[in-house]
Design a protein around this ligand. Structure first.
Ligand SMILES: *Cc1c(COP(=O)(O)O)cnc(C)c1O
Length: 413
């Protein structure tokens, strides 16, 4: 992979025609090492956040050697780029063939479930295997998160005890509980509350868990969202774990996606046309900017021009992507210099998670090249850049309101 010191060096050297994923290994290494050092248990990277081969390899090089996978293609990807790595099949709904293949061909032993029906499928598809680690996914309150992940998966508090008992009886290996507090969780206490809920279900079931998997949800930095320091999350999880009814050998797991991957890439797009405050870019809602369009997620932007800096005060722009669909629109506002023009490049930051991962081929677009850069990300949870990305104020002093997809369900997660 070609390495440039900065995105501007790339723009100056060869004005790329296609959008470019600018990947940064430094922040991924820092994130992996941070979790390995500070999380008192096993760290499983949630592959869906960014399934790029470079990401998998960078994680392995920095000590993260376990992966949360949701499909056979994700399993094959991990097998190819992290041979021998441990994998946990954490999707609560799997096909029988996928379960059998994961167990027999790829050595997967850990499976998530949130229903008796799925438990029965896992047992049948593995021919009654006794060496399974069965993780029961619980539905928990997600009010502290920007995205809820409990609308679709997770057994309710009422039904959990019976399922926990059935899972306990179905395996001689590990039985555990998991949950997801919601993505970009801004309240560390949400983990502690979810663990208390898990503990109540275990007590009512009269079983001990061998694994407590606190899932993902650890935040990253976006304009207008300044998350608490990650150490506060570790503290809340530690308190939650201490308050749980667990035995001495109970393992703690986590499955971060966003917090590990977000700082690891930005997307370099080109302005193909400007109409007033609308910029028509060569990447968009069907490409790596899915969240900017569909979740109105506030991404930070930077302007790059081959022959010098842009001029003018910052102005609010909206973006349109390259496809012919009118929902290929990213309302922003994105703050850029007043004189942005066709041929300029716009770097959209903090897109290492749920960026490239979301791209489609619709309308013949979606082709993206990958280039490595060495500069700092636009924001950082690991001290590589500030933990806040300021939102501009307009002249009148009005603070710009960012529309956030709080609590809104989304299709693909
Ligand atoms: C998506 C997902 C994760 C990662 O979530 P983040 O919010 O990106 O940390 C972890 N576990 C499961 C089961 C998931 O579906």
């Amino acid at each position: 992979m070609h390495v440039y010191h900065s995105p501007l060096d790339l723009v100056r050297e060869r004005s790329p025609e296609r959008p470019v994923a600018l990947v940064r290994h430094g922040p991924v290494a820092a994130a992996a090492r941070w979790f390995r050092t500070n999380f008192a248990g096993d760290v499983l990277y949630a592959v869906k956040a960014n399934p790029s081969p470079w990401m998998i390899r960078a994680l392995v090089e920095n000590g993260v050697t376990a992966f949360d996978v949701a499909s056979i293609p994700e399993i094959e990807l991990v097998r190819d780029h992290a041979p021998g790595a441990r994998m946990a099949f954490m999707h609560p709904v799997k096909s029988r063939a996928a379960i059998a293949e994961a167990y027999t061909d790829y050595g997967v032993r850990t499976f998530a479930l949130d229903s008796h029906e799925e438990l029965a499928k896992i047992i049948t598809a593995t021919n009654g295997a006794k060496d399974l680690n069965l993780i029961v996914r619980l539905a928990v309150d997600a009010s502290g998160a920007a995205y809820s992940l409990s609308g679709k998966f997770g057994v309710s508090a009422i039904d959990a005890p019976e399922l926990l008992l059935a899972a306990r009886q179905a395996t001689q290996d590990l039985m555990g509980v998991s949950f997801h507090v919601g993505s970009q969780c801004m309240r560390p206490s949400a983990y502690q509350a979810a663990m208390a809920q898990a503990s109540r279900a275990l007590v009512r079931a009269g079983v001990f868990a061998d694994v407590v998997d606190v899932g993902g949800g650890f935040p990253s930095v976006y304009p207008g969202m300044v998350p608490p320091d990650l150490s506060e999350y570790i503290g809340a999880i530690e308190r939650g774990f201490n308050d749980m009814m667990v035995h001495e050998t109970t393992e703690l797991w986590c499955e971060p996606g966003r917090a590990i991957a977000a700082e690891g890439a930005s997307i370099l797009t080109r302005v193909e046309l400007r109409k007033g405050d609308a910029l028509y870019l060569n990447d968009g809602a069907y490409g790596s900017l899915f969240d900017a369009a569909h979740a109105k997620w506030p991404f930070p932007v930077k302007h790059h021009r081959t022959d010098g800096a842009a001029r003018g005060a910052l102005k609010a722009f909206q973006f349109f992507g390259p496809t012919c669909d009118s929902i290929d629109h990213m309302p922003g506002p994105f703050w850029l210099p007043d004189d942005v023009a066709e041929g300029d490049y716009i770097e959209v930051g903090m897109l290492g998670a749920y960026g490239v991962a979301m791209a489609t081929r619709f309308n013949g677009f979606g082709d993206i090249e990958t280039v490595r850069v060495d500069d700092a990300p636009m924001g950082s949870m690991y001290g590589l850049a500030p933990r806040s990305i300021p939102t501009p104020r307009i002249d009148s002093g009005t603070v710009i309101k960012l529309t956030r997809a709080r609590g809104k369900k989304r299709r693909r997660r």
